[in-house]
Design a protein. Structure first.
Length: 546
């Protein structure tokens, strides 16, 4: 009986260089090719211009006396400066700490404090978020945060001017001192114990993952990749930016945040060959009233990931958006992130109905969660992954690192999967009760612990329920304290401005008790069944995904 194990054999060696060295090598090869286009900012860089902009910011970071391994936070929606800073920190050996633009004060303060950021680069505001005011609120509690630089202000210009006073030799010497196994990025993933965990990734982790993803999409210098997914997430900065720059392809930013019209306009105007998105983004584009007016004929490929991908949506993307080579990627932040990917040459049923096969230079196996033994092909179990892509660990958290990565360096994903006889993987569920809402990983415990702080709430349980738009929606079952009245509006108002919008429950049910086992354990699967029935979500629950 064949075990559920597979490793990615590849004739292509791993890249043994830092992100900065790779950018310089690619720039020397294609200096006049387009590297970055930011449509909403009217910014356009060739590789030579982009590399020069990166160097200027990197020298600016040296002027701040930032040492190798120091942390710098970035808190901003998508823009050209975000991308430049990503590569500038890599050249300076400074660890970039990605902060979700949807964070509010509680999450912002925790991430900056836990990572020990010396510097924060932030937008001043975006939509309803007043970043400057929130930074001002948390800064007194962060004595280690020495400097805050706001984009599009004199502070950013001063950083650039300071970079002009630092010699190219100083930057060259700094780059020469770096090793590719050093940490270069911290990405926060929602935590099961109330606060996020900082997945710490090296040059080697994310540079090679980006390179292999680009190979999977067959990228060349002729490709132009429209990236509406956020840069703070691996999807944007690795599958997007690093997949492009390792191949001399062009990064196209349609807007600061996702807008279907902006995406369609960018694809048409910039003649994009590739488009990224979580399923909800592709659905919004396909349903846009003027969809048929846009010329999308240049599209060839793209990536759908971040959330279970509905089979019917994949078929529409292929037929209506000309994305005949679109691929599905599966992974997690802790694995840089991609572990499996479908290929352009795969049969259609495999491309729309699975998450593909193991990535080059990566191993995956499926084990019985109870015994740890590898299960036969076709048998569900927990998906484990091992290889160059596994993170260095959770920042300053050896206990949770040991819980996630075992002694043999296998990363335990918490996802239930099967592997067929040809090695294709299908995700069938989750061991952990994590919710994936529109590509955002949300752990119920984090929301529960926050809602527990409401003076009128005695107990709360949070579950994911099926949702046709976001894949899953968040539902809170709330048990009010004895003798108090509590309304839906009160609960939602309590959440507003305190936790990210995507964590605010869409559904709230007031209860006296929860479904329990005889031993007193809450039965979340029963809560989910009841919710599907009461909210009439049967259709959403049966949507077929990969």
């Amino acid at each position: 009986m064949t075990p559920s194990y597979s490793h990615g054999v590849s004739p292509l060696p791993l890249l043994g260089e830092t992100i900065g060295a790779n950018l310089e090598r690619i720039t020397a090869h294609v200096p006049t090719a387009d590297a970055l286009v930011s449509c909403h900012q009217d910014v356009r860089y060739t590789y030579a211009q982009f590399n020069a902009a990166v160097d200027r910011v990197a020298r600016g970071l040296l002027s701040l006396d930032l040492e190798v391994g120091d942390r710098l936070g970035i808190w901003s929606p998508n823009n050209a400066e975000w991308v430049v800073l990503q590569y500038a920190t890599a050249k300076a050996g400074v660890i970039l700490v990605n902060l979700n633009p949807a964070y509010r004060v509680r999450e912002l303060e925790y991430a900056l404090q836990q990572s020990g950021c010396r510097v924060l680069v932030a937008a001043t505001q975006f939509k309803t978020s007043d970043y400057a005011a929130m930074v001002q609120e948390v800064r007194p509690n962060l004595p280690g945060l020495e400097r805050v630089i706001f984009l599009e202000t004199p502070g950013w210009d001063a950083l650039l001017d300071a970079g002009d006073q630092v010699s190219a030799d100083d930057l060259h010497n700094r780059m020469a001192s770096l090793e590719f196994d050093q940490p270069i990025n911290i990405q926060y993933t929602s935590g099961t114990t109330g606060f996020p965990k900082g997945a710490t990734l090296s040059h080697h982790n994310i540079l090679n993952n980006g390179y292999q993803i680009g190979e999977g999409c067959r990228y060349t210098v002729a490709d132009r990749v429209c990236i509406p997914v956020p840069f703070y997430h691996c999807f944007g900065m690795v599958l997007g930016n690093l997949a492009c720059t390792t191949h001399g392809a062009c990064i196209v930013i349609p807007a600061p945040a996702f807008e279907p019209k902006a995406v369609l306009e960018a694809v048409e105007q910039e003649r994009c060959t590739s488009l990224y998105g979580v399923p909800t983004m592709f659905i919004a584009e396909l349903e846009y009233p003027d969809f048929g007016k846009y010329d999308l004929s240049t599209l060839r490929t793209g990536i759908m990931a971040g959330s279970p991908c509905p089979v019917e949506v994949m078929k529409q993307v292929i037929s209506r958006m000309h994305m005949n080579e679109v691929t599905i990627c599966y992974g997690m932040t802790e694995t840089s992130p991609v572990s499996t990917q479908t290929g352009a040459a795969d049969p259609l049923e495999k491309r729309v109905g699975t998450v593909g096969r193991v990535h080059p230079h990566v191993e995956v196996k499926i084990v019985d969660p109870a015994s740890g033994r590898t299960v036969p092909r076709g048998t569900p179990g927990e998906l484990l992954t091992r290889g160059y892509s596994v993170m260095l660990g959770y920042w300053a958290d050896s206990q949770r690192t040991a819980e996630a990565i075992d002694a043999e360096r296998w990363m335990h994903t918490g996802d239930l999967a099967t592997m067929d006889d040809e090695g294709y993987v299908n995700i069938v569920g989750r061991i952990k009760d994590m919710i994936i809402r529109g590509g955002e990983n949300v752990y119920p415990r984090e929301i529960e612990e926050f809602l527990y702080t409401h003076p009128k709430i005695a107990d709360v349980q949070v579950i994911g329920v099926p949702d046709t738009r976001y894949g899953e929606a968040i539902m809170a079952w709330v048990k009010p304290r004895e003798g108090v009245s509590l309304t839906l509006d009160e609960v939602k108002a309590f959440c507003h401005g305190q936790i990210a919008h995507f964590k605010v429950p869409a559904h709230i049910k007031f209860v006296a008790e929860f479904p329990m086992t005889v031993t007193g354990k809450v039965q979340k699967f029963k809560m989910r069944e009841i919710a599907i029935e009461e909210l009439q979500l049967q259709d959403a629950a049966t949507t077929k995904t990969a």
